[in-house]
Ligand binder design. Structure first.
Ligand code: PLP
Ligand code: COI
Length: 341
């Protein structure tokens, strides 16, 4: 008989849960080993590992979805694989081949199949691939050894409320420098975000919005998600900047808005003092999915978009289209969904 879980799928938030097996592969003497699934969720590494001192680490986030027919599928894992390669190049870590990355994700989902939430609960299986420097190094230099690992856990909404709007406040702090590591998904970016995030949450906001580090006039990120706005004449607009994370969700929404919903789309500057150009706004990301932005606080004033309590019609349509594809109810563009056999 299969393992029985007592999980209330519909009320899951975004909290760690140990699942049965995780994938671990080690890079040593210039190459990756074959990798294997292990039960232990503890890693044992040298005290002189670069990840501990110099933040030589990166990670990814992607999800597995259960379809109505009971199948399991991953959303665009190749995009996460490529972005992890970009992150590795930026901080001098060895890249993982695309096939190895996807195979590791598939192995982890299969090995933890009982944790893939049932269709219709709104919950998904979140996969967390990560890669970091280990071994004995004390000077500031790339590590001699690396670990690539993937674990998974069932999750619900990242921002409280799911498809109900939440408010954000603009941070005075920066998450990235103009020519820094903002476009890479490296650990250090997130260490720097902990304090601004906590200050925002303490003041009752879901998270903070970061402005561009050079001029502090343009929106960059919404916490750990990208920003989009729907202009009053129905265009899908999202910020363009070399220091924001290229969100897989944002890239997908740009395509869906244009090709499926027939909207005009623009990647361009979004000025914080021009928020009145938008009828609706939202945060998008793997964890955030699409979270409607009720209002943004800037210089002591809350700018409300569509409503603080109701999701706007275009945001709702985008949400239905994106999640419809992810859960297999709507046909996906070629190559987007990868079935876990
Ligand atoms: N921006 C930041 C800083 C993030 O951490 C994330 C999460 O991955 C995103 C945006 C959204 O990216 P994606 O849609 O690829 O999950
Ligand atoms: C994701 O959406 O996968 C993220 O990485 C957000 C997060 C840091 C929880």
């Amino acid at each position: 008989m299969g393992k029985e879980l007592h999980i209330d799928w519909a009320s899951l938030g975004f909290k760690y849960m140990k699942t049965d097996l995780r994938y671990v592969s080690v890079w040593k003497d210039g190459q990756w080993d074959d990798g294997r699934l292990v039960e232990d969720n503890k890693l044992c590494i040298s005290e002189a590992s670069t990840v501990l001192h110099y933040g030589q680490s990166c990670f990814e986030g992607l999800k597995a979805y259960r379809t109505k027919a009971g199948k399991i599928q991953l959303f665009r894992p190749d995009m996460n694989a490529k972005r992890m390669q970009d992150s590795c190049r930026r901080i001098l870590m060895p890249e993982v081949a695309l096939e190895k990355f996807i195979d590791a994700c598939v192995q982890v989902v299969k090995a933890n199949e009982v944790y893939v939430p049932p269709y219709g609960t709104g919950a998904t299986l979140y996969l967390r691939p990560f890669l970091f420097g280990t071994g004995d190094t004390v000077g500031v230099a790339p590590a001699p050894e690396y670990i690539f690992s993937v674990f998974c856990l069932p999750v619900g909404a990242y921002f409280k409320g799911g498809l109900s709007p939440v408010n954000f406040t603009v941070s005075d702090y920066d998450r990235a420098a103009p020519f820094g590591t903002g476009a890479a998904k490296v650990g250090g970016n997130y260490a720097g975000s902990l304090m601004p995030h906590t200050l925002a949450v303490q003041r009752g906001f879901a998270d903070c919005i970061y402005l561009d580090p050079a001029t502090h006039t343009k929106i960059e990120e919404v916490g750990a998600a990208n920003f989009f706005g729907i202009t009053k004449d129905g265009k899908f607009v999202t910020p363009k900047s070399p220091s924001i994370l290229p969100s897989v969700t944002k890239i997908s929404l740009l395509q869906l808005a244009k090709e499926t919903l027939g909207m005009e789309t623009e990647e361009r500057d979004v000025f914080i003092d021009r928020l009145d150009e938008f009828a609706e706004a939202g945060a998008c990301g793997t964890a955030a999915v699409i979270t409607p932005i009720g209002g943004i606080e800037y210089k002591g004033k809350l700018h409300v978009f569509h409503s603080e309590t109701e999701v706007g019609p275009v945001t709702k349509k985008l949400y239905e289209t994106l999640t419809g594809i992810q859960f297999g109810d709507i046909e996906a563009p070629q190559g987007w969904m990868v079935e876990v056999e």
